[in-house]
Design a protein around this ligand. Structure first.
Ligand code: PLP
Length: 341
């Protein structure tokens, strides 16, 4: 069977990709046992028992009005946010993840697309600025704006300023923080939107050690439960929901915060180049080589797999499962490539 064979295949490469647990399940080492308890709940979208209590505890940790556990990735969270916001005209970045446009379509609201300039130094898009937001809100009749922060490559917007401006204008703010799930747990990373935005969506599986496709939807506006019930199954995976609870408690624990701090300190001590605002996203380039060629050399010669590449640079994602050994291996490979003529 093809899919079974795929899972059995041994991967000998060093992964700087999502999911960032890199196959080390130290947060949920008993996960295999939990799968035996594949139970059903009759009304998970308006839960009254353990799930509701777990989500309430999570909302206290994040300082939000509501925090919902998602087993359909940030994709489900973004779509549900747009539905829950009751937006009529929404501003959407023309280069955003496809779920932004799909969400607006499903919610039946009018979209107004905006573009952002490409950063010529790295070949990637930078995050939206407050000036751009002001301009957009002054020149459109939008009642909601959806922004991506951080970008895939770790460029973060000034969320505090943007959310204040949106509030003054009576415009709802949805933040796609899919790549920023570690932000609430470290002051050495960009500030998280969870306390500021009306809706913030984070993928736990991308950087925070979660299993595919676990994610979170935080709301300081309406309760997203009804919106979620419109797009989700009525039979969610309880084992996956349990990993979300365990994941959050790990991130918020002394051990979890120490782990995040160690990751940041190791990257910093190895002096990787810093493209964006988030040190855990390593963006590299070499003069005379395209990002694609750099990616190819890393993979073919050094068995290192990157997350994403463009004409100029290559992105290596790190997270909870990235250890010092992996980072030293990457550093040595980069040094060797840089020393090659
Ligand atoms: C910026 C951004 N938003 C949303 C998503 C969707 O996230 P998920 O895979 O958790 O559904 C992605 C996935 O790559 C993404 O890069």
């Amino acid at each position: 069977m093809g899919l079974v064979s795929l899972l059995k295949k041994k991967n000998n490469t060093t992964l700087f990709t999502t999911p960032s647990h890199s196959g080390k399940f130290f947060i949920f080492h008993k996960f295999y046992q939990w799968y035996r308890a594949d139970i059903s709940e009759t009304d998970t979208h308006n839960p009254t028992s353990e799930l509701e209590e777990a989500e309430l505890r999570a909302s206290k940790i994040y300082g939000t009005k509501y925090t919902k556990f998602l087993t359909n990735g940030s994709t489900g969270g973004i779509i549900a946010s747009i539905i829950a916001s009751k937006a009529k005209r929404i501003l959407i970045w023309d280069n955003a993840h496809p779920c932004h446009k799909n969400g607006a379509k499903l919610a039946g609201c009018e979209t107004i697309e905006y573009s952002l300039p490409l950063d010529k130094e790295w070949g990637v898009y930078k995050a939206i600025t407050i000036e751009k937001v002001k301009d957009l809100l002054n020149n459109t009749a939008a009642d909601c704006i959806l922004i991506t922060s951080p970008t895939y490559e770790g460029f973060a917007a000034n969320i505090a300023e943007i959310s204040q401006h949106c509030r003054e204008k009576g415009v709802k703010l949805i933040v796609d923080e899919a790549h920023g799930a570690l932000y609430p747990f470290s002051d050495k990373l960009p500030e998280s939107a969870v306390k500021y935005a009306d809706y913030t969506v984070q993928s736990l599986h991308k950087t925070a050690g979660g299993l595919n496709p676990t994610a979170l939807l935080h709301s300081n506006d309406n309760n997203p439960a009804n919106a979620l019930s419109m797009i989700n199954t009525t039979s969610p995976s309880y084992p996956l929901l349990a990993t979300i609870e365990a994941n959050i408690h790990f991130l918020n624990s002394k051990r979890g915060r120490k782990k995040i701090n160690e990751l940041i300190e190791t990257i910093s001590s190895l002096s990787f180049p810093q493209g964006g605002d988030d040190i855990t996203k390593i963006l590299i380039k070499k003069e005379g080589l395209s990002g694609y060629k750099l990616s190819e050399i890393l993979f073919d010669k050094y068995k290192i797999e990157d997350e994403r590449t463009n004409k100029i640079s290559t992105l290596l994602i790190t997270g909870i499962g990235t250890d010092k050994k992996m980072l030293i291996r990457l550093k040595k490979a980069i040094e060797r490539i840089n020393n090659e003529k």
